[in-house]
Design a protein around this ligand. Sequence first.
Ligand SMILES: [Zn+2]
Ligand SMILES: [Zn+2]
Length: 315
Amino acid sequence: MPRSRILPYLDRLVMPQDYFFEYKVPIPSKNDPSVAVLNPKLIAESETFSLFEDKKEILCNGCNKYIPFNSFYTGQCHHHSGRYIGYMKMWSCCKDKYQKLATISPCTVKIGHVNNGNFYLERFQGFDRVIGKSNANNFIIAIDCEMCYTQFGLELCQVTLVDLDGNILLSTLVQPVRPVVDYNTEYSGIEAKDFENSQNPIETFESVRAKIRNIISPDTYIVGHGLDCDLRILRLFHDRIIDTSYLYPHSDGLPVRHKLKYLTKKYLKVEIQNQSTGHDSTVDARMALKLFKLKILQQEVKVSNKIPLALKRCF
Ligand SMILES: [Zn+2]
Ligand SMILES: [Zn+2]
């Protein structure tokens, strides 16, 4: 799809910045431009992230219990491996019903507890903006990140950037800073052996972040699904975002959002994120791009329907 077909509709497809709070897209704190504020209404300004070693007990986000630090990485974590689907009152993993508490009849056991770390904190540090120069390849870039649980919480373990035509600009595994506790394979699609068998050099968080900051320009429109998570894990602020969870909102309204898997099946008739393959960040980025292009097509049809019949005959 050429740029000229996209340009007339971009303004109405980009997420207005007024929506950033609601969609949890990081925005810079007024006091410190390196600090992201996700929702100042909910959490006290004073909340900061302290290393797990500094705490006697840590909340496990798997089994939802406080666990002493000395057994956090070695204890058995009984939890639900899936997500609680609010409107169906059911766990996605074992279809267990009406027991929202993760501590009741958990279906899965793993060694080591997990914590989200600073990922869901309403304020956290180390953010900045992209610095790349505008060029023909970075007008629109779709992005997808995968995360795993480490001893620091949730960390980036894979990232893919594709251009408007779906060509890969960057796709790499990323070595988390801290030792991995759980690859979160069901969601990330990543396993330990992917790191062991990788033919390509594995980036560090800092090296991949430097590349991404240079590939994307402040003028780039970033496309993705649930981009708040990608921007948060990459610690980037960006103004021009096209988020398929915004383009295809859930009828219940926020915070409920459709999953990418649901949108691709419904609108593109494509099955992704099967149980056997898990997530693949290249596939996910390309699917978000296709959903975006579908919106352009829909806009084109809308506009052409508004053209009076007499005029249409002239075309
Ligand atoms: Zn646990
Ligand atoms: Zn379960």
